[in-house]
Design a protein around this ligand. Structure first.
Ligand code: PLP
Length: 409
């Protein structure tokens, strides 16, 4: 007899395009840091979607904000003013500490990067019609739409869709000299993450971020920081650029946000200040759903909760605790060699390419993490995790590591 999961598999294979390799579980409910399958089995979510549900699943105050807005006003188009969009823009400006911040809202991380790249192109072309080029980092990930894909520093993802144009130069994520050399008068923007999420949770050295800022200033280009994965407290600061690797801020012109902004509802945003905030004029860029009242109400609730509950500092504290636990695992047991990342975005490194096996064993154990590289497992748990949940997460992970090590020996 087909069990429930087999049945789901068959239905999906018949009806959905095969874009995703799914893990063998179907969730029906979530609460806080826990997800539940149809049989009621609980899984500890060490990944928050992919760094999305930072306040945990089904946060009651976000749910209430969504329900209240959904029963009041869902959509008007962007031909009209709506208050939640303005409230959210004001809320975001406060988190940046930029009195002249302006936002544009869209629907995803890729769209945020597209908006930022278009903005930079307009800005560049006012200086020099050829200033449409972008410098980005190898290993960077910016999304799957054609522009964001081109900016993504992973040639294997480009190849099936080429040609994608020759307007992006990629340099190594840790080579400040190469970055300086790549930026010239034709550069409209340098696009970087502070910690490369999909690229393996690799922090970008402060000297590279500083070189990016200096190079942009030298030629009049914009520094775009893609904080789609790192923003909104995950790194233990509101935004990664505020602390860089050495704790000194590197001020971007434009910041891209998405994932955690509405705790799971689709939203993207770019936030700019100074000259960059004034580039777009009516007709330059738009989206039907962007800045809709419901997602904006959800995102405003998210910002309020992060602020009220001190979740930025909490992410830093939990991140330190996670790092300590992983250090202990590295000393005590097999496979684990250490960790990289910041706050609650971490990759646990392994001494063999068995991250997928460890992830599968963890799922068996009721823990959700993912293989972000063949030899690295990503943790991006909710910022609302309790100390006990964090310890439980690491205990389950240790069991999974032991199981894989045992199998290999
Ligand atoms: C840094 C970064 N930028 C952009 C994206 C693309 O976001 P989306 O999948 O919402 O288009 C991602 C997604 O993982 C990301 O991590």
């Amino acid at each position: 007899m087909m069990d429930d999961l087999d049945h789901v598999r068959v239905r999906e294979a018949a009806t959905l395009m095969h874009t995703y390799g799914r893990q063998p579980v179907a969730f029906v409910r979530g609460e806080g840091a826990w997800l539940y399958d149809r049989a009621g089995r609980a899984y500890l979510d060490g990944l928050s979607g992919l760094a999305v549900t930072a306040l945990g699943h089904a946060h009651p105050e976000v749910a209430e904000a969504v329900a209240a807005q959904a029963s009041t006003l869902v959509h008007t188009s962007n031909l009209y003013f709506t208050r939640p969009q303005i409230d959210l823009a004001e809320g975001l400006a406060n988190t940046f500490g930029w009195s002249d911040a302006r936002s544009f809202f869209c629907n995803s991380g890729a769209e945020a990067n597209e908006a930022a790249l278009k903005l930079a192109r307009l800005h560049g072309r006012r200086r020099d019609p050829d200033a449409v080029h972008v410098v980005a980092l190898e290993g960077g990930f910016h999304g799957r739409t054609l522009g964001a894909l081109k900016a993504t520093g992973n040639p294997a993802k480009h190849r099936p869709f080429e040609p994608l144009g020759d307007w992006v130069t990629h340099v190594a994520h840790n080579d400040a000299d190469a970055l300086r050399a790549a930026v010239d008068e034709r550069t409209s923007a340098v696009l970087v993450e502070v910690v490369q999420g999909e690229g393996g949770v690799r922090p970008v050295p402060a000297e590279v971020l500083r070189a990016a800022r200096d190079a942009c200033d030298r030629v009049g280009a914009l520094l775009i920081v893609d904080e789609v994965q790192t923003g909104l407290g995950r790194l233990g600061s509101w935004y990664g650029w505020q602390t860089a690797l050495d704790g000194v801020p590197v001020r971007p012109d434009v910041v891209c946000l998405a994932k955690a902004l509405a705790n799971g509802l689709p939203i993207g945003a770019i936030v700019a200040h100074g000259e960059a905030a004034k580039v777009f004029e009516p007709g330059d860029h738009a989206t039907t759903f962007g800045g809709g009242p419901v997602v904006c109400a959800a995102a405003l609730a998210v910002l309020g909760i992060i602020d009220r509950d001190g979740l930025v500092d909490r992410a830093a504290t939990l991140g330190d605790r996670l790092a300590e636990r992983v250090d202990a695992l590295a000393v005590a047991g097999p496979l684990v060699t250490g960790h990289r990342g910041r706050g609650l975005l971490r990759a646990v490194t392994l001494d063999a390419p068995v991250a997928a096996d460890v992830t599968a064993a963890a799922l068996d154990d009721g823990l959700i993490v993912n293989a972000v590289a063949p030899d690295a497992v990503r943790f991006a748990p909710p910022l609302t995790l309790t100390d006990d949940e964090l310890d439980e997460m690491l205990a389950r992970f240790a069991t999974a590591v032991d199981a894989v090590a045992h199998e290999a020996s």
